[in-house]
Design a protein around this ligand. Structure first.
Ligand code: HEC
Ligand code: HEC
Length: 349
């Protein structure tokens, strides 16, 4: 049933764009900006029947995403920590800085392919994208504002009431309309145009070198058990053997489940656009992909909740030769999607 509704929504969207037949490479060929379903992706988890993406809703969401009014002192927009040239991450910050330059506790993840994600945050603390945006707004070290104040500020402007009317048929600025517009924008941030995508879909520009083919095959045997599917995450929470900071530990998933068996487990991140999203891991502790690979090869720490995949036959980590390491890095570069970070439809309005 859910699938049927979704298909109905999708076909409406397809009818709305110029040339449905070219939907596979929408950014390059049609300038598409709204949500679409890449052929090689799983079905979305987001229920589009409750919030279909429209041009007007997308534009409203985009304006909100780039607007400092969402923060207490007007200085911090969502884009401050989620910047498009870096696949919507906080470039140069291992741990995000927010209002009054206050330091958060975690690294800002990429915002991409959110419609295909079940749980948000490194610890999976939010399960519905439509409720998500309240979290950074009220967070004292991020935007430190109350939702009611934000809505008041928007009501006092000239353009927002009009934009709400265009999106929802009424000038009234509601919490629901506000949150759903941000979801429409984020759900439209589909990244599926990397060299890897062209390779699996047999499209022009997707010819892999021998090294990339070798990297892909190593990836499938040694990494895909966690970074699975064409989203490059299986959506699970795992402990991948990072060093545990005894003085100020981040317990990860266990903060939400209150189950010690989840200590130090974090959401397996997608590896799409990983060439743009440094630094890496929930606390941004690695600056380069080389360091990440070295971690898996020789830096994995044992603990009670370490994932069994990283302790096969009693051996810690993932054995990798020097050639395998460089092949893996070459393969990871094929996950970069240059059209995603340069699509002007996703930039500040
Ligand atoms: C001060 C920096 C900062 C600001 C401002 C900020 N974020 Fe974030 N964002 C983060 C950090 C850090 C995380 C990861 C937090 C965690 O996992 O505990 C995050 C996580 C996310 C995620 C989850 C991604 C995932 O894969 O789980 C989404 C979606 C998101 N932010 C959207 C927004 C939106 C929308 C806004 C504006 C309303 C916003 N952010 C404002 C820093 C920021
Ligand atoms: C046991 C599951 C598992 C396996 C196997 C695994 N990973 Fe990961 N990976 C994770 C988890 C969990 C994280 C996030 C950990 C954290 O931040 O605490 C992660 C993070 C990463 C990151 C950082 C991404 C970012 O945005 O910060 C990269 C890159 C990465 N892994 C690459 C690989 C590669 C390459 C392999 C194979 C050599 C691999 N992983 C094998 C679970 C796994």
């Amino acid at each position: 049933m859910k699938k049927l509704i979704y298909l109905a929504v999708l076909s409406t969207l397809l009818v709305a764009c110029d040339e449905p037949s070219t939907v596979l490479n929408p950014v390059e060929e049609t300038g598409e900006k709204l949500f679409y379903q890449p052929e090689n992706f799983p079905q979305p988890s987001y229920d589009f029947s409750k919030n279909p993406v429209t041009d007007e809703g997308f534009e409203l969401g985009r304006k909100l995403f780039y607007d400092g009014k969402l923060s207490r002192d007007g200085t911090i927009s969502c884009a401050e920590c989620h910047s498009q040239p870096y696949a919507f991450t906080h470039h140069g910050h291992s741990i995000s800085h927010g209002i009054d330059d206050k330091i958060g506790t975690r690294n800002a993840p990429a915002i991409q392919n959110t419609a295909f994600m079940d749980l948000f945050f490194w610890d999976g603390g939010v399960f519905d994208l439509d409720f998500f945006s309240v979290a950074p707004i009220v967070n004292p070290v991020e935007m430190d504002e109350e939702l009611g104040n934000v809505l008041e500020k928007l009501r006092a402007t000239e353009d927002y009431p009009e934009m709400f009317k265009a999106a929802y048929g009424s000038e009234e600025i509601t919490t629901e309309g506000f949150l759903k517009a941000l979801s429409q924008f984020m759900n439209s941030l589909v990244s599926a145009n990397s060299k890897y995508d062209k390779y699996v879909r047999n499209e022009a520009g997707g010819e892999f070198t021998d090294q990339e083919i070798s990297g892909l095959s190593i990836f499938k045997t040694k990494c895909a058990s966690c970074h699975g599917t064409d989203l490059f995450t299986d959506g699970s929470f795992r402990n991948n053997g990072l060093q545990i900071y005894v003085r100020d530990p981040d317990f990860g998933r266990a903060i939400i489940t209150e189950n010690a068996a989840d200590n130090y487990k974090f959401k397996v991140p997608s590896l799409r656009n990983v060439g743009y999203t440094a630094p890496y891991m929930h606390d941004g502790q690695f600056l380069t992909l080389k360091q990440v690979i070295e971690h898996y090869a020789s830096g994995v720490n044992d603990s009670e909740t370490l994932d069994p995949e990283l302790k096969k036959n009693g051996v810690l980590g993932i054995p990798l030769t020097e050639t395998e390491k460089s092949d893996l890095i070459a393969f990871l570069a094929t996950l970069n999607d240059p059209t995603f970070i340069s699509n002007t439809a996703f930039a500040a309005p």
